[in-house]
Design a protein around this ligand. Structure first.
Ligand code: ADP
Ligand code: MG
Length: 378
């Protein structure tokens, strides 16, 4: 990819620039925990956005997207927002940097990527983080701290792309480190790295390529359930709730709310258990927790769907170590931790059985935990 970008850059702008990259992400465990003040556990992956950038001495940004085969030019004032959605991510990052007192001047750029779009691997965060990191390096002597870079990406989504996202994706893309997962405390925003080098295992996503649009927003309904139970317990969020506390209020809440809260309390503990297991190099426990998360999401939280439950069943049948829905649910991917000697059988079986039942194969996306935003040296 790097050579292609360089060739294109030279051809278009007649010079050379500096190359930056930032990654998409997975979340190993910790689902629907962010809005409950709990933990998430993401890592950056070996799928990324890469951009060559050169300061051009004007007040204009000139950008070519290789994957869209599209060119766009824009100024750096609020009224200069481009129409093209892909360009708005870059414009947004420029604007959010400026709003925070950072310097941004005109630059030329060519970029490309290999994070699958809309598969739940956060290609948009990779794009934002790549440019946020680059602008910090090129114009601001790296004075903007890394958390602020993540927030620049998040605010870009909020203010220029109409996506009301949390901080996890941008956090993971900016802070990602090879062979490490990161536990982010969504309440304090403290984070800690944990070793992840599953020797003898592969991490693979199966994208069901289905997305069920549901009439009433299940996301908001889940949030409301959690808020109701927290309020009954006299807590701000379910972060400090325990199974015992939940049992004490069981007759004061609906059975549905009870099950929602039961999942959230279990999920918080599972993230901590997975962290302990990783410090011991115990990937079997990691896998078991992933299956438990899937069951909780499917039965208690009820955000799964037939296709994802089917992929999970196939994973169990094939002796996969751990498998679960990744992301909000109702479609998208499962994330699977598989022993290398079971991998080929699992992939072949999943493709064949899923295709027989649903008329298309799931997309197979292998991932390796890799570095987040960085400057690519020659
Ligand atoms: P995801 O879950 O992958 O983040 P989003 O819908 O949030 O999905 O973001 C996808 C959008 O990000 C694309 O529609 C496009 O505007 C932008 N994008 C991502 N990757 C690229 C790329 N390689 N080239 C151009 N734009 C990209
Ligand atoms: Mg996105």
């Amino acid at each position: 990819m790097k050579e292609k970008i360089q060739e294109q850059f030279k051809q278009r702008f007649g010079t050379d620039g500096v190359i930056y990259a930032s990654a998409g992400r997975i979340n190993l465990i910790g689902e629907h925990t962010d809005y409950n003040g709990g933990f998430v556990f993401p890592g950056a992956i070996d799928k990324y956005i890469m951009a060559e950038i050169n300061i051009n001495g004007t007040d204009k940004v000139r950008v070519y997207s290789m994957d869209m085969d599209a060119y766009c030019e824009f100024g750096l004032n609020e009224e200069d927002a481009p129409q093209d959605q892909w360009a708005r991510y870059i414009f947004g990052v420029c604007r959010e940097t400026i709003k925070r007192g950072g310097v941004v001047k005109g630059f030329d750029t060519v970029f490309a990527g290999n994070v699958p779009l809309g598969a739940g691997l956060s290609s948009s965060a990779a794009l934002e983080s790549c440019f946020a990191f680059a602008l910090n390096d090129l114009f601001n002597d790296n004075k903007i701290d890394k958390f602020e870079l993540a927030k620049i990406g998040q605010s870009t989504e909020h203010n220029y792309c109409g996506v009301n996202c949390g901080i996890m994706d941008q956090f993971a893309s900016v802070f990602g480190k090879k062979d490490c997962l990161m536990r982010l405390d969504c309440r304090s925003l403290e984070h800690e790295y944990f070793p992840f080098h599953p020797e003898g295992y592969k991490l693979v996503l199966l994208n069901s390529k289905v997305k069920h649009e549901l009439v009433d927003s299940p996301y908001n309904k889940r949030r409301e359930s959690c808020e109701r139970v927290a309020a009954t317990l006299g807590l701000e969020t379910l972060r400090d709730a325990s199974y015992t506390m939940l049992a004490d209020v069981r007759d004061k809440i609906s059975n549905e709310d009870y099950r929602r809260a039961r999942f959230v309390i279990g999920e918080k503990q599972r993230v901590l258990d997975v962290c302990d297991a990783l410090e011991r190099g115990d990937y079997e426990t990691v896998g078991r927790c992933m299956f438990e998360t899937h069951d909780g999401l499917s039965r208690d939280y009820e955000v799964s769907c037939e296709e994802l439950d089917y992929l999970n069943d196939v994973a169990r049948e094939c002796g996969v170590t751990g498998s679960r829905i990744m992301g909000g649910g109702f479609g998208g991917c499962t994330i699977n931790l598989v022993k290398e000697d079971r991998y080929d059988h699992f992939i072949a079986t999943a493709k064949e059985k899923f295709n027989a039942k649903y008329g298309h194969e799931p997309e197979v996306i292998n991932v390796i935990i890799s570095d987040g935003a960085h400057r690519v040296e020659d």
